[in-house]
Structure formats: structure tokens, C-alpha cells
Design a protein around this ligand. Structure first.
Ligand code: HEM
Length: 135
């Protein structure tokens, strides 16, 4: 747990690196999410983390550093299901709570929820089934 004085009170590239590192440390040891990431990323974690710094920098600082297609990447992952997004968002929120002031946490979570919703629509939405998916 970080001291209150060290919590992010504005979004910076450094802060994004700390947040992303802390988040994927949780993800990798998570019983549900860990195996999916390990299967896809194997020993490429430094590369994945660099991509995620660039992604959040593009999202939060409109730096344009990220070039990629998250939807395609997630469509290719075996074992994706809606419950995993609930878990992903819970771990991301825990990390934001540990590292960020409330307003910064809210800004990250707003984006995370929107992007998660958009990924889930692409992955799981079917016109002939209820939305959101029923457990
Ligand atoms: C169930 C939840 C999720 C799981 C299990 C998951 C898993 C993964 C995995 C395994 C990769 C690496 C794919 C590869 O390199 O082949 C990846 C990439 C990525 N994920 Fe997720 N993800 C989830 C949700 C999210 C959410 C909510 C966001 C954004 C808020 C996100 C953003 C990204 C981005 C930007 C990449 C990099 C894509 C690229 O290679 O350009 N993911 N994800």
C-alpha cells in the first residue's frame, strides 16, 4: 500500500507506468485471469507492458502512442467470457484505489468501463440474445 502523499493526483507517463505494472502484477497471480494472459503472452511480458503504457497514454493523455487493434487481439483469445471482465475491472479498480486520488481513479475507471463494454459488445453481443448477457 502506498502512502497517501505518493498517490497520483494528475495523470503522467510515470504514473501510468506504475499503475500498469501494479495492475498486471495482480493479473498474473489471479486464478481466473492469470492463465489466459500467460497462455497468450508467454515470456513477452516486457513487450505487453510497453504496449499497455502506450495504450493508457493514448487514452488518458491523448498522446497517440498506441497503434493497435485491441478488439482483434481479444477476439483471438480462447476462453473469454463476460465474468472475466467483471474480474478485470475489479482488479483494475483495486489498483487505481491503491495508487490514485479519487478523481484520477474515477477518470481511469470511466475509460476502463467504456472500453470493457465496447470489447464485450464485440465479443459477446448477438442480436437474438439478451444484453447484457444473463449469467
Ligand atoms: C476479460 C478481460 C480481459 C482479458 C482476459 C484480457 C486479456 C488480454 C491478453 C491475453 C492480451 C494479449 C493478447 C496478445 O498479445 O496476443 C491483451 C491485450 C490487450 N488488452 Fe486485454 N484483456 C481483457 C480486458 C481488457 C480491457 C478492459 C482493456 C482496456 C480497458 C484491455 C486492453 C488491452 C490492450 C490495449 C491490449 C493490447 C492489444 C495489442 O496487442 O495491441 N483488455 N488482453
Amino acid at each position: 500500500m502506498m502512502l497517501a502523499a505518493e498517490r497520483m493526483d494528475h495523470v503522467s507517463e510515470d504514473g501510468i507506468v506504475r499503475l500498469v505494472d501494479a495492475f498486471y502484477t495482480k493479473v498474473r497471480t489471479d486464478a481466473e485471469l492469470g492463465p489466459i494472459f500467460d497462455r497468450a503472452i508467454k515470456d513477452n511480458w516486457p513487450h505487453h507492458l510497453e504496449k499497455m503504457y502506450a495504450f493508457w497514454s493514448s487514452v488518458m493523455l491523448t498522446s497517440g502512442r498506441y497503434k493497435g487493434n485491441p478488439m482483434m487481439k481479444h477476439m483471438a483469445l480462447p476462453g473469454m467470457k463476460p465474468e472475466l471482465f467483471t474480474r478485470w475491472l475489479a482488479l483494475f479498480e483495486d489498483t487505481c484505489r491503491e495508487l490514485c486520488d479519487d478523481t484520477i481513479r474515477a477518470a481511469f475507471m470511466d475509460r476502463a468501463h467504456r472500453i470493457a463494454e465496447s470489447l464485450q459488445l464485440g465479443l459477446f453481443y448477438r442480436p437474438d440474445r439478451p444484453w447484457p448477457p444473463q449469467g
